[in-house]
Design a protein around this ligand. Sequence first.
Ligand SMILES: *Cc1c(COP(=O)(O)O)cnc(C)c1O
Length: 418
Amino acid sequence: MHEFNFKNNELYCENIKVAAIAQTVPTPFYLYSYKTLVDHYKKIRSAFRVLDPLICFSVKSNSNIAVLRALVRNGAGLDIVSGGELYRGILAGCDPRKIVYAGVGKRPDEIEYAIKTGILFFNVESEEELNQIQRAANSLGKKVNVAIRVNPDVVPKTHRHIITGKGETKFGLDFETVHKIFNSQWRYPSVDIKGLHLHIGSQILDAKPFVEAIKKALLFIIEFKIPATYLNIGGGLGIMYSIENPQTAKAFAQKVIPMIKKSGLKLILEPGRFVSGNSGVLVTKVVYTKRTPRKKFVIVDSGMSDLIRPSLYEAYHKIVPVKLREDSSDTAEKVDVVGPICESGDFLGKDRLLPLVMKGDILAVMGAGAYGFTMASNYNSRPRASEVMVMDKKFYVVRKAETYEDLVRGETIPKELK
Ligand SMILES: *Cc1c(COP(=O)(O)O)cnc(C)c1O
């Protein structure tokens, strides 16, 4: 459930009309519901309560510092994949001992920054990275915790671009190499190898591939007497965008808890989309409509530079006018909702049955809270949208829209060209 609902033909975020916000905040903007964010986080927390796990919100799904703060204040840790995300996490007031750091290409300066900050774990993805961490830890005189990211070679049913736990992907290490690493702990005197990390992909709707991956990891730990104290099972829980029927946090937990309990390992989870996905919408305005012999187009002031998921993953996002006209269902027709960007791949929805919409109408693109703003770009020199959060009957601009000056910040013309 989420807090974007229609009452009397008007879309509300919690108890504020989206149209009212669009009267003060220029479109396009991302709109987040504090209550939905925290509710979704708490769903996972209560489902796994008996294990008292560390729940690290995946910063790459939504990295606005107000969003991070909302979750951190409610007890969440953070899952980061870059120095930039670490910087954001610290600004949001996260205890570094609740931060875990994954990613195949951590640079030496990022590793040093994370060690100095005192994060809980690196989720290590290669032997060279582990060597780098050893060197950095040694020269800083610190002992550093790591978990090894294992690639369990399972294939979840999801879009091919968001599978990460299959043998051919760049993520993690095969069990054999992981075994070798645990056996050569002596080579890493400044590193404590504390456990295993798994993250098999994203938008996974049922527990099966997770269970399969966790089973493989646990069998490996038992069979080879791996001295692990932590198991990090990553994120990837799917959500409802249209007709999906994802498992609930509770159903997922019921499958996972017995396995973990028996193992005695400490559990870490890294949900991203599950927490942030349905906590945000993208609000955009119809600039023009046009009819061609083949199609009707609704052209809006937002596109793939703000929300690339439809273009990149053929992702479906429901699109709704924030105010429905009285007779709107009679006049529904199939339209393509497209952006202003000069690419035919620039669309938010294709062949959508939408009630009659006209120039100036405000639309909401639903389920845009995860991998929305964080994947935005300045393509076509479009300033990035603002971000707004509704909380306790008020709304706050938590990131201003970019300006033309922001677009060229840092650019210079060599004096020879002047
Ligand atoms: C992206 C990512 C997540 C979050 O994935 P969701 O599908 O958004 O839950 C968790 N862990 C790691 C290592 C990731 O890269």
